[in-house]
Design a protein around this ligand. Structure first.
Ligand code: GDP
Ligand code: MG
Length: 166
């Protein structure tokens, strides 16, 4: 199985940490060059049964300019063309305006969206379900996966969930 996955999430939710955790295990490509094409390839994960190309979608941010608008529209096109979208959020911070803004952009996207609740190492277990209920109001998520990108907790489960959509 192989396919493309776009990662969205406001700054500091742990997108780079997650990529390091995933790609660090199985190194293929890591790209940190400035964006020359529409999408920056974050990395390619390859294992015996799957290959996943992770795309950064830097355009999903609050509107600041015409250029920002253009980036938003190309980012949205990308989200329509990938197999799955990972929507990364910070469980330690909880649901905020930055998350709502992105969820709003996802409304028109038909691609399955996997909600990834990151930094669960910083919350109490009983906080998880109420938080999931809050996020569920934002979007009809295909999957919801709590992880700690930093510690690596549940990251393999996330890869398994992604592969359902490849
Ligand atoms: P990005 O802006 O979305 O790429 O976020 P980064 O990957 O740069 O992470 C932002 C900060 O959150 C860094 O200080 C990370 O070490 C921290 N961080 C990321 N994932 C986790 C996690 O699972 N648990 C904890 N405690 N911190 C994390
Ligand atoms: Mg980053």
């Amino acid at each position: 199985k192989s396919g493309f996955v776009a990662i969205v999430g406001r700054p500091n939710v742990g997108k780079s940490t997650l990529m390091n955790q995933i790609i660090g295990q199985k190194i293929a490509i890591m790209s940190d060059k400035p964006q020359t094409t529409r999408n920056k390839i974050h990395g390619v994960y390859t294992s015996e049964d799957k290959q996943i190309v992770f795309l950064d979608t830097p355009g999903i941010h609050k509107r600041q300019s015409k250029l920002g608008d253009f980036m938003n529209s190309t980012a949205l096109n990308t989200l329509g063309e990938v197999e799955a979208v990972l929507f990364l959020v910070d469980a330690a911070e909880g649901l905020g305006g930055g998350d709502r803004f992105i969820a709003e952009r996802l409304k028109d996207v038909k691609t399955p969206v996997i909600l990834v609740l990151n930094k669960i190492d910083r919350i109490e277990p009983e906080q998880l379900l109420p938080m999931i209920d809050e996020y569920r109001k934002l979007h009809e998520f295909a999957e919801i996966v709590p992880i700690s990108a930093k510690l690596g907790n549940n990251v393999n489960t996330l890869l398994d969930q992604i592969s359902k959509y490849l």
